[in-house]
Design a protein around this ligand. Structure first.
Ligand code: DAH
Length: 345
């Protein structure tokens, strides 16, 4: 009897000392496991005489029942305590700001393209579109560059067949638009162009242009100058210098090239501007009468100006990027440095 009492006492004190559910499990194993003390007692019952077996059996079963219900009760209490502890320690502060979600943005070339187009649409130009796959006629002949004209050498062309090619500039959009519409018209045509060119810091085989065209009665070169001056001021700021240089394009007469003061060196001369302090930004001029003839416009009645600008050039100047190839490698370390949107004013 005293053995039973001692065992019961031992069990009770073990249970009281248990601090965690795993300690509780250890107690269960100690008494009720396969080699547990109570299990051993119960197993040895078989060896006892009938009378003893009943007596000991009763005691042992009672102790087992006690132990099992005590274990269950204690386990529940400890679980509750452990849960409260976890809830206390792992409390979430729902007022903490969230981890910022990285937002992407448009590619610098796309940004520049739409910024340029926007400046012109604000001036009243509509947006026009044309195919990247062109015929020799639209890309050259209709633009007063007949076969054998030396000006074809100015643009190294990807030919697909004798007739079909990848457009070398956005100027053929001028022809498409004038074939469809009669004057007055003012359009800009942004797009991709292709040249069979050796790739380096300032040349790419695929690049972007924005073409412009305005046709009406009485349009003069001063309209062209005013429009492009306004564009340059909106694009680069009011203080940047620009200059018109006489030039030659078969589809305009007279023709000019427009240079913008180099923003990287403020016009003092650097690697990007080749030491001159100026960067060539676009070609422009008054639409050649031959071009009007090709689209059956009356050159006696109408005049117009046209221009074509290089988007990569502008992006390089705006973002201070000295190597055009960086735009096409799409290294996020570069792209992430480009601001989401730029605008002067
Ligand atoms: N198409 C020319 C080029 O890619 C650029 C150009 C020059 C476009 C003069 C024009 C223009 O509309 O008038 O080099």
């Amino acid at each position: 009897m005293s053995d039973w009492a001692r065992l019961q006492e031992e069990v009770t004190s073990d249970l009281q000392q248990a601090r965690t559910t795993s300690e509780l499990e250890a107690i269960r194993v100690k008494y009720l496991g396969r080699k547990g003390r109570l299990t051993e007692v119960l197993r040895s019952l078989a060896k006892l005489s009938e009378g003893q077996r009943r007596l000991v059996g009763q005691e042992a079963n009672a102790l087992r029942d006690f132990l099992e219900s005590a274990l269950t009760a204690r386990r529940q209490a400890l679980r509750q305590k452990e849960l409260e502890q976890t809830l206390k320690e792992e409390r979430l502060d729902v007022t903490l700001p969230p981890i910022p979600f990285p937002l992407g943005h448009r590619h610098p070339i796309t940004q520049t393209l739409s910024e340029v187009v926007e400046i012109f649409t604000h001036m009243g130009f509509a947006i026009a579109d044309g195919p990247e796959l062109e015929t020799d006629y639209y890309n050259f002949t209709a633009l007063n560059i007949p076969p054998d004209h030396p000006a074809r050498d100015m643009q190294d062309t990807f030919y697909l067949t004798e007739e079909w090619l990848l457009r070398t500039h956005t100027s053929p959009v001028q022809i498409h638009v004038m074939e469809r519409q009669s004057p007055p018209l003012r359009i800009v045509a942004p797009g991709r162009v292709f040249r069979h060119e050796a790739i380096d810091a300032s040349h790419s085989a695929v690049f972007h242009q924005v073409e412009g065209l305005a046709v009406d009665e009485g349009i003069s070169f001063s309209d062209l100058k005013g429009t492009l001056s306004l564009f340059v001021r909106h694009c680069f700021g009011p203080s940047v210098g620009l200059r018109f240089r006489p030039s030659y394009f078969p589809f305009t007469e007279p023709s000019a090239e427009v240079d913008v003061q180099c923003l990287l060196c403020q016009g003092t001369g650097c690697r990007t501007c080749g030491g001159s302090g100026w960067i060539e930004m676009l070609g422009a001029g008054m639409v050649h009468p031959k071009v009007f003839e090709a689209v059956h416009y009356d050159p006696e009645r109408y005049t117009g100006f046209a221009f074509g600008l290089g988007v990569e050039r502008i992006a390089m100047l705006k973002f201070g990027v000295e190597d055009m190839r960086l735009f096409y490698e799409n290294d996020v370390r570069l792209l992430e440095q480009i601001p989401r949107r730029w605008a002067w004013g």
